[in-house]
Design a protein around this ligand. Structure first.
Ligand code: SF4
Length: 187
């Protein structure tokens, strides 16, 4: 794809999980934006503004997700998507041998604040979206202590809004060992 875009003289910027995992494959791109967007995209844009848009851009630290802005859901057409993705946390404390999450997002799961997450749901609701909402978390229960208040806020919001969304996510099976979590994720 990079080769095809080059033929048309396009500026090519790549980023996301695969360029982060194996940036050596993307050396033909003009800009390789490595890591999580909150940190690395501003670095790239700052460099662009001073006339140096090419190279590899990577923030030194993983971002604090409690500072992540609400996604611009208003820029997409919901009809083009099977479901809308939201995210309450990143990272996972486990170390399954086939999984790259530890390298990409780290071992200490970072969790959004409940009110921050509810604000994302409110934005979706206000824009008229109804239906399937998928949590794109690496492991929804990676940080059990912080996810429980968020789940409670989610339950309350759901009840107050008459259950406008259907939720799905990925979580490790030890969720079943935690009675409180099991009940809340089920409700
Ligand atoms: S529990 Fe899931 S996210 Fe965590 S290391 Fe295993 S496969 Fe990866």
């Amino acid at each position: 794809m990079i080769a095809r875009a080059r033929v048309d003289g396009k500026f090519i910027a790549v980023g996301g999980p695969d360029p982060t995992s194996q940036p050596q494959i993307y050396t033909e791109a003009n800009a390789v934006i490595v890591g999580e967007g909150e940190g690395s995209i501003p670095l790239w844009l700052d460099s662009w503004r001073i006339g140096a848009p090419e190279g590899r851009f990577e923030a030194a630290e993983k971002p604090d997700v409690t500072q992540t802005p609400i996604p611009r859901f208003d820029l997409i057409s919901f009809d083009n998507y099977l479901h809308v993705g939201v995210q309450s946390s990143r990272g996972c404390p486990y170390n399954c041998e086939f999984c790259d999450i530890i390298e990409l997002f780290g071992r200490r799961p970072r969790v959004k604040a409940p009110e921050q997450f509810v604000a994302e749901l409110n934005r979706l609701y206000e824009l008229g979206y109804r239906g399937w909402v998928d949590f794109t978390d690496d492991n929804f229960i990676g940080n059990r202590k912080l996810i429980k208040p968020l789940l409670q806020a989610l339950c309350d919001w759901n009840r107050e809004h008459n259950y406008p969304f259907i939720f799905s996510t990925e979580a490790s099976l030890n969720l079943a060992d935690d009675t409180e979590l099991r009940c809340r994720t089920h409700s």
